[in-house]
Design a protein around this ligand. Structure first.
Ligand code: PEP
Ligand code: MN
Length: 337
């Protein structure tokens, strides 16, 4: 059950609600975000929610049968919108394109890429400075100094940054330089990291784990929300299956299922899903038709010499073709009845 409280509720009124729920064997967790003040009540007894709904200080009350609560659409039927500022929004009636290299490699690359994105009206640039690599001998990113340069050029151009945070200790150093924190597939259930990101005021894009179920993804999102941050984006990036013909299996099914179960925006990453450059476009377009709120993909001026994931990175010309076709496909989807 989710009880939305009035913003200026008196402590005694709140305590009355909590003790009333306690008598019915419900335990309460209080969640305060920038948008609202909630009690999440967990219990098994059948109760008439009107008995709680009439109490002083209750703005709204909902029964949520899912095990995750605040990210469920059973409570919030309208899709959430995340505002990055400068009229750049994610979710609801907005479609997002996020593009950029797998790893930030040097300043010249940033300057050129920013120019390319601006010319193509792409408002969000991706790029890792802390890279989770399967081998410790691979390039592991430029770190915080790289992020500062990345941020400087993007800020000047009015482009927003999404970049991966790998551990709690990095949050404080990164926070002034990122617009969206990315939680990578390998950290999808790093609950300490999720808790700490929940205490920040920056949007978080949470990737599905390599072998994560949809429910596990939503529970991870619930960690962020319940710690105080409602600005969450879900990302389908392919799951590991028995198939070896490509990197991962893009779970197209997950898109409409997530949109049904949750009010959070769903972004699809075809690059880390199929991992093969020539098939990024068809998967991106299929994802849009399946209901995605945006696409994130990897690109590089010269994919052949990229420090990481060149095999799945599009070059500039391929990216330009993809932006056009993404926009056409989104318009087509919007035109369907
Ligand atoms: C990435 O986006 O750079 C990345 C490492 O992705 P994932 O966590 O999905 O593997
Ligand atoms: Mn990559």
């Amino acid at each position: 059950m989710i009880i939305q409280l009035n913003k200026n509720i008196k402590p005694e009124d709140k305590n009355k609600i909590i003790s009333e729920l306690k008598t019915k064997n419900y335990s309460c967790s209080e969640v305060k975000t920038m948008q609202g003040n909630y009690l999440v009540a967990i219990g098994k007894a059948e109760i008439d929610i009107r008995q709680i709904g009439v109490l002083k200080g209750v703005a709204d009350i909902h029964k949520v049968s899912d095990n995750y609560k605040l990210v469920s659409r059973k409570w919030k039927t309208d899709y959430s919108e995340i505002d990055l500022g400068n009229d750049i929004k994610i979710g609801s009636n907005n479609f997002s394109i996020m593009a950029g290299p797998c790893s930030i490699e040097n300043e010249e690359q940033i300057i050129e890429m920013v120019k390319h994105l601006k010319a193509n009206n792409v408002k969000i640039m991706r790029g890792g400075v802390f890279k989770p690599r399967s081998s410790p001998y691979s390039f592991r990113g430029l770190g915080i100094e790289g992020l500062k340069v990345f941020s400087k050029h993007c800020k000047e151009a009015g482009i927003k940054i999404i970049t991966e945070v790998m551990q709690v200790s990095q949050i404080e150093d990164m926070i002034d330089y990122v617009d969206i924190f990315q939680v990578g597939a390998r950290n999808s259930q790093n609950f300490n990291l999720l808790d700490e990101l929940g205490k920040t005021n920056k949007p978080v894009m949470l990737k599905r784990g390599l072998a994560g179920t949809i429910d596990e993804l939503l529970f991870s999102a619930e960690y962020i929300f319940s710690a105080g941050n409602e600005q969450i984006i879900l990302c389908e990036r392919g799951i590991r299956s028995y198939e070896k013909a490509y990197r991962n299996t893009l779970d197209i099914n997950a898109i409409p299922i997530l949109k049904e179960k949750s009010h959070l925006p769903v972004i699809v990453d075809p690059s880390h899903a199929i991992g093969i450059r020539q098939f990024i476009e068809p998967l991106a377009l299929a994802s849009i038709m399946a209901g995605a709120d945006g696409i994130i993909f990897e690109m590089h001026k010269q994919p052949e010499i990229a420090f990481s994931d060149g095999q799945q990175s599009l070059n500039y010309a391929e990216s330009e073709k993809l932006y056009k076709n993404i926009r056409k496909t989104y318009d087509f989807r919007s035109s369907l009845s």
